[in-house]
Design a binder for this molecule. Structure first.
Ligand SMILES: *Cc1c(COP(=O)(O)O)cnc(C)c1O
Length: 404
């Protein structure tokens, strides 16, 4: 197992044992022959695409989803083989890189198909189908345009997929719409089967689809946020309606630079936005919004210092922020402040931090700063949260090998 350490002033910690656990859990939620095609876009939701994809590859995963050609090239350069599907638009000038790095391109609509067909070289492609989201894809009403891809001599069609847009919502309407999207997708596939000149991969579900509509798992599923052991929102994390014991892969930590006494009536930080009403001990932590701590957490967020919650006070700066450590004895320079993760049995989850910042974890994590150090812990440590579900099937280690 590889361990890697470069902490610096602020860093993320990756628990690859938790990643492996989450892969096994997700495999259990879908039929045994359904492949995992993890979304490692946006630097694996801020975790680090290379260490994450390498660990997934070691577990036998052979298909990866990214958002751009550059993300695909980064994985190939790091030695990742198998299929790398670029889910998003690739402009004409980048087409040679698609071919050079053996990436699979999403066909975003009919006009894009023509551009690819006239492009330089042979391309592996998957057709996106718009089943109601109206983002990327051929309309579900025109399967014959998808069928036409097989007639282009320079295109090799390896898959036809769609994407759900309300699978995370609880209402009856959302459920009905999601099932309708499934029906439309099936209808497209029914038109293609027998006429398409080669076999192709089918996939529809992201994380919430896997949680709530496992009956719509086709050949593969594309988990993103849940793979990282995180729900999108605090409310979802509380609800947890299907058996899942997913452990957060990432912790976010920074060093305390100094601790100072501030007298009553003095202000702290930009705009002197925090005014202490009594004598306070303020710790300056070495992380700011450029590291991905949202500025919206000014005066709202928390960090754990020595196992105790310290409130964020004043405005969050680009590179530093202030913590009120008045109630925490002994805090000194060099101590760790934990923004996401555990400290002496206490924890702050990404869902909580995202909620306080008025966003979802997907955004919070994918915007973590590039300059953060990374510490990879490969061992299987105790889960940060382990939701016990009565009668849950035991994880079967070999199930991931089926992916190979
Ligand atoms: C990002 C993305 C996913 C993964 O979504 P999660 O909700 O994070 O699981 C799956 N499919 C497509 C097309 C995506 O863009």
């Amino acid at each position: 197992m590889e361990t890697y350490e470069k902490k610096g002033r602020a860093w993320k910690e990756l628990n690859l044992g938790h990643l492996r656990n989450n892969v096994r859990e997700l495999k259990q939620m879908v039929p045994p022959d359904c492949r995992l095609m993890p979304a490692v876009k946006a630097d694996a939701y801020g975790h680090g695409a290379v260490p994450v994809a390498r660990e997934l590859a070691r577990m036998g995963i052979r298909d990866f989803c990214v958002a751009s050609v550059d993300e695909g090239i980064q994985l190939r350069t790091a030695g990742i083989r198998g299929q790398i599907l670029v889910l998003g638009y690739t402009p004409k000038e980048c087409l040679p890189e698609l071919a050079a790095y053996g990436l699979t391109q999403t066909v975003v609509d009919g006009a894009y198909a023509e551009m690819l067909a006239g492009g330089p070289g042979r391309f592996r492609v998957q057709a996106a189908v718009d089943t109601g989201m109206h983002r990327l894809g051929f309309s579900w009403t025109e399967p014959e345009r998808i069928l036409a891809l097989w007639r282009q001599p320079n295109l090799a069609v390896t898959g036809v997929f769609s994407h759900l847009c309300v699978s995370d919502e609880d209402t009856e309407d959302a459920r009905r719409f999601t099932l309708e999207q499934g029906r439309r997708y099936r209808q497209v596939l029914d038109c293609l089967y027998g006429k398409a000149k080669s076999r192709f991969q089918t996939h529809l579900l992201g994380s919430y689809g896997i949680l709530r509509y496992p009956e719509l798992a086709f050949d593969a599923v594309r988990p993103g946020i849940l793979l990282y052991g995180v729900h999108s929102s605090e409310a979802d994390a509380r609800r947890q309606e299907r058996p899942a014991a997913l452990y957060p892969v990432l912790s976010l930590k920074a060093r305390i630079a100094c601790v100072r006494e501030v007298e009553a009536g003095e202000g702290v930080g930009y705009g002197l936005a925090f005014h202490s009403n009594g004598k306070k001990r303020i710790a300056v932590a070495s992380a700011g919004y450029a590291d991905g701590i949202p500025r919206a957490l000014s005066g709202k967020g928390h960090a754990l210092v020595r196992g105790v919650r310290a409130p964020v006070v004043g405005r969050i700066c680009m590179d530093q922020l202030f913590l009120d450590v008045s109630k925490i004895p002994g805090v000194c320079a060099g101590d760790e402040a934990v923004f996401i993760g555990e400290s002496l049995g206490q924890r702050i989850r990404a869902e909580e931090m995202a909620q306080a910042a008025g966003t979802i974890t997907n955004e919070l994590l994918s915007r973590l700063g590039k300059r953060l150090g990374t510490r990879v812990v490969a061992e299987r440590s105790e889960p940060i949260y382990n939701i016990k579900i009565p009668g849950r099937k035991e994880a079967c280690a070999p199930c991931c090998q089926r992916n190979a």
